[in-house]
Structure formats: structure tokens, C-alpha cells
Write a new protein. Structure first.
Length: 514
């Protein structure tokens, strides 16, 4: 399909106009959110959703990413944006056939014994068809024709609008928007390369194989994998949110909700890669009651340190400990370490206090998510790029679990996971790692300060020799002050004793030498 220059210009004009509308909507949403006018925020958010549908595939995917940015938008906006559905009409089969034959450099009937023209699923980036190889039914995921060029055009137009973002929203919003856009660009290009999706699937399958029972992940026909074509094993099942059918088959929906959360939370805590797109279309239940996971184009990756800090955050939330919550978020780089700790702690404590009188098992996961998002939005919290997909994953996972079990309690489930012998051992090891990191950081700080302290002592000793034969005594409280400053953030109580003691020593030596 050839796109003319006139069509490209017309499409760019449409994007420019629509993005200006989008920015103005966001500007008003922020204004109404600060005034507490939730109904107006919801109304504007719905207009935003309609706008993104009109703009097409790139913006539908972009809107889904924005639904995880609780550091940029209020909760009401997040809730509405999460409703964006990545379902679009399928591309004509003639175009799909052409894409496949160009990838393999041979006719489609030489690759597959048969190929269904009508897709079983169609999304913004690709669509899925049934096919057969040696009388075995498989599924073939095919990239939509012309989608890469469309994405490049859309992203190019978006990037060229920095001036509009800065003019209407300010420097800070522009900085965050650029970060989100850069992260989104990498993510969407990864999703358009099915060779990467195949690699993601095999990596996650290998991680889960040894520890997860009653879970199925399709096999891959690696010799047929191409950038735009992904042939996989066909595992039929019932969509996870088709609750009535699942019940008719005799499966326990409460247990299934728990299994979904355990599997996805386990990936975050234990592995360096996790499935980041658990929407209902990617989770099915087979005839035996086993869960089936599809679509590994969007994955998140967390290093060991980040996983450790997330684990500590889970424990802090379950323990309702504001100080530990703040410490964990600072370590996750999700909170400015120089922010007003007292104000943030008070805000967290007030939100937690609203749930006092209830047992931990009676927490409502929605209240917790709302609380967390409100804190993100109203205080100097920030959302690192490596955690954006993590937030998105949990929002989608929560929706699936609550559909299966309206009374589902995510904190209770996660709390039970963390209370297992394996996780208690992990908690002890994480605590040891944290203390070790603190010791190493303090050691490095001391090593940086010691040369300066030595110069200071040499300088002071020279001055003291000239001015006061008893002046060496001032080196003692001076050294204590420096040592107290070093340990202020790690051991605040000890540093307070140090500052107090050095002050008393200064007074004592001053009066003695007077």
C-alpha cells in the first residue's frame, strides 16, 4: 500500500491538531484534579480516549502506556485510559499474504499446508491466523502491513511538537513527556520485531517451567520465525474473563484469580524478566484448568537490586510502615530523597490510618492502588522507566483478578506468598544485602572524606600550635562532628548523639582554656 506525500501531510496535520487538543485536555485535567472536581476529570479523560481511537494504532498503544503514569496524571484519568482496547479491524488477507511471502521469499502454500484467511484475533500491530503444518494446527502471528511506516510517521510528528508541550505545559512536563516517549518508542519497535518476542517467550518459559505447575506457554517453530511472522503452537482455551464459561466447566474462579497474581508476582520477585501485558486477551484457561499465557511482545526487565527493593516495598506495605515504605521508594528511585520526608510520611500515614481497625486480610486492593496513585500524583514521587511496565502489569493483573473474584484481596495473596519459608529466607537475605550496601556506601564516603579530614587536621594543628598550646583538644569534637555527618542518613540517632556530644565538648574545652 503506497502512501502519497499529500496523504502524509494530511495525516501530520491531523496529528498536530489532535496533539494540541490532547495537551489542552491534560492541562484542564490537572487543573480540575487540583480542585477535586473528579467528574470533570472523568469527562475530559473520556474525550481523550475518543481522540486516541481516532488517531489509530500508535496512539492506542501510547494511551495504554499513559495509563500507567500515575506520577504524571490523577487517578481518575488513569482509570479511564486503562479502558483503551487494543482491538482494530483486520487487514485484508491479500495484504497479509503478501507480507508472509515477502518474509519467506516463497509462496504461502509452500510454507503452510493451509492458512485461514479470517484471523482469530486482530490488534493494532498484528493479527493472528490459524494454519496447518503436517496436519497439525498452529497459530501464526503476522505484523500488520505498513504498520512500521505508520508508527514512524506518528512518532516523528509527536517528537516535532516539543515546543507545543513546553509552551502549554512547561519545562517539567516536557522533560517527563520526552522520557515517556523515548521509552514508548523502544517498546513499540521491540513489539514489531517478532524475533524478539520469540526470545522473550523462550526466556520466560524457561524461568517458569521448573516452578509453576498447571501453566502452559506455547512452543515456537523457531525455524519459521521471522521479523514479521511468528508461528506458534496452538493451545485452545477459554478467555480468562469469560467467567460464566469457566464456572460451567467446573473451575474455581477464586483459585484462578490467586494463580494469576502468584504467577505474575513471582516473575517480578524471582526473575529478571516478566510478562508486562496480562490483559484478558493474553490469558486463557484450557480444558484441564491450566492457565495459558500468550503474547510476549511487551516484557519488563528489572535488575537484581530493583527486584530486591520491590520485595522490601511489598513487605513495608503489608506491615503498614510509612518509614519503610518511604525508604523502599527512595531506593527504587521513585521518590526524591531530598523531598520533605515529614510531609510525605504524614500523607502516607493518613492514608493508611483510614484503614485502621481492619485486619490486613481485609484490605481492598482498589483502595491501595488509589492511595498509591494519589501519593504519586500529589507528592514529589517519580516513576522510573524500568518501573512503568511493572505498574502497568499490576493494573491489568488487578483487573483480571477482580473480574474472576470481586472480593479478591491482592495484598492478602502477596502477603501469603511472602510468608512462605522461601520468601522469609529471601527477606532475611534482602535485609542483609541492604545493611551490606549501607556499610559499603559509608565506607566509600569515609574514604572520600579522610584525605580532606587529614588536611583539615594538619591545618588546624598548625593554627593551634601558633595560637593555643591546649588547642589540640578541639580536634576531638571536630572529628566527632565530621563522623556524625557521615552517618546522618544511615544512623540518624547515633549522629544526633554525636552532634550533641561534640557540642558539649566544644563548650567544655572552651571554658577550660578560657
Amino acid at each position: 500500500m503506497v502512501i502519497t506525500k499529500a496523504e502524509i501531510k494530511a495525516h501530520k496535520r491531523k496529528i498536530y491538531y489532535s496533539v494540541v487538543r490532547f495537551v489542552l485536555i491534560i492541562k484542564n485535567i490537572n487543573k480540575y484534579a487540583k480542585k477535586g472536581k473528579k467528574d470533570k476529570v472523568i469527562k475530559l479523560a473520556k474525550k481523550n480516549v475518543e481522540l486516541f481511537y481516532k488517531l489509530g494504532p500508535t496512539f492506542i498503544k501510547f494511551g495504554q502506556v499513559l495509563s500507567s503514569r500515575s506520577d504524571m496524571f490523577p487517578q481518575e484519568y488513569i482509570d479511564i485510559m486503562a479502558e483503551l482496547q487494543d482491538i482494530v479491524p483486520p487487514a485484508p488477507f491479500d495484504e497479509i499474504k503478501k507480507e508472509i511471502e515477502e518474509e519467506y521469499k516463497r509462496p504461502i502454500n509452500q510454507i503452510f499446508d493451509s492458512f485461514d484467511e479470517k484471523p482469530i484475533f486482530s490488534a493494532s500491530l498484528g493479527q493472528v491466523h490459524l494454519a496447518k503444518i503436517k496436519d497439525k494446527t498452529i497459530v501464526v502471528k503476522v505484523l500488520r502491513p505498513g504498520i512500521r511506516e505508520r508508527v514512524e510517521l506518528d512518532l516523528g510528528a509527536l517528537k516535532s511538537m516539543n515546543f507545543i508541550f513546553k509552551l502549554l505545559m512547561g519545562e517539567d512536563f516536557l522533560f517527563m513527556a520526552q522520557r515517556v516517549l523515548n521509552s514508548f518508542e523502544k517498546s513499540i519497535y521491540d513489539e514489531m520485531d517478532y524475533r524478539k518476542e520469540a526470545k522473550n517467550l523462550l526466556e520466560i518459559k524457561d524461568n517458569l517451567f521448573s516452578r509453576e505447575k498447571n501453566l502452559k506457554i506455547p512452543g515456537i517453530y523457531m525455524d519459521l520465525v521471522r521479523e514479521k511472522v511468528l508461528p506458534m503452537e496452538y493451545i485452545p482455551g477459554t478467555k480468562i474473563t469469560d467467567v460464566q464459561k469457566i464456572k460451567e466447566k467446573g473451575f474455581d474462579t477464586k483459585n484462578l484469580a490467586r494463580r494469576v497474581v502468584e504467577i505474575f508476582t513471582g516473575m517480578v520477585i524471582k526473575d529478571n524478566v516478566f510478562h508486562a501485558d496480562p490483559h484478558p486477551g493474553n490469558i486463557y484457561v484450557d480444558e484441564e484448568g491450566s492457565l495459558i499465557l500468550y503474547d510476549f511482545g511487551m516484557v519488563g526487565r528489572l535488575d537484581r537490586k530493583t527486584r530486591r527493593n520491590l520485595f522490601m516495598l511489598y513487605n513495608a506495605l503489608i506491615s503498614k510502615d510509612p518509614d519503610r515504605i518511604i525508604d523502599a521508594m527512595v531506593k527504587l528511585d521513585a521518590l526524591d530523597p531530598y523531598a520533605d520526608r515529614y510531609v510525605i510520611k504524614k500523607g502516607i500515614a493518613l492514608a493508611l490510618r483510614s484503614l485502621e481497625g481492619e485486619k490486613i486480610s481485609e484490605y481492598e486492593v482498589r483502595e491501595l492502588v488509589n492511595f498509591a496513585n494519589k501519593i504519586f500524583y500529589e507528592f514529589p514521587f517519580r516513576l522510573p522507566d524500568n518501573l512503568a511496565l511493572f505498574i502497568r502489569m499490576y493494573v491489568l493483573m488487578e483487573g483480571v483478578a477482580l473480574t474472576l473474584d470481586p472480593e479478591f484481596n491482592m495484598l492478602l495473596t502477596i502477603g501469603d506468598m511472602l510468608d512462605s519459608p522461601e520468601m522469609r529466607k529471601e527477606l532475611i537475605m534482602n535485609t542483609v544485602h541492604d545493611e551490606y550496601d549501607s556499610i559499603i556506601e559509608n565506607y566509600r564516603t569515609i574514604m572520600r572524606i579522610l584525605p580532606k579530614l587529614n588536611d583539615y587536621i594538619d591545618l588546624q594543628s598548625g593554627n593551634i600550635k601558633r595560637n593555643n598550646k591546649n588547642g589540640y583538644t578541639y580536634l576531638i569534637p571536630g572529628t566527632i562532628i565530621i563522623a556524625s555527618a557521615i552517618i546522618t542518613f544511615t544512623y540518624p540517632i547515633y549522629s544526633l548523639f554525636g552532634f550533641t556530644g561534640s557540642g558539649l565538648l566544644f563548650i567544655y574545652f572552651y571554658l577550660k582554656n578560657k
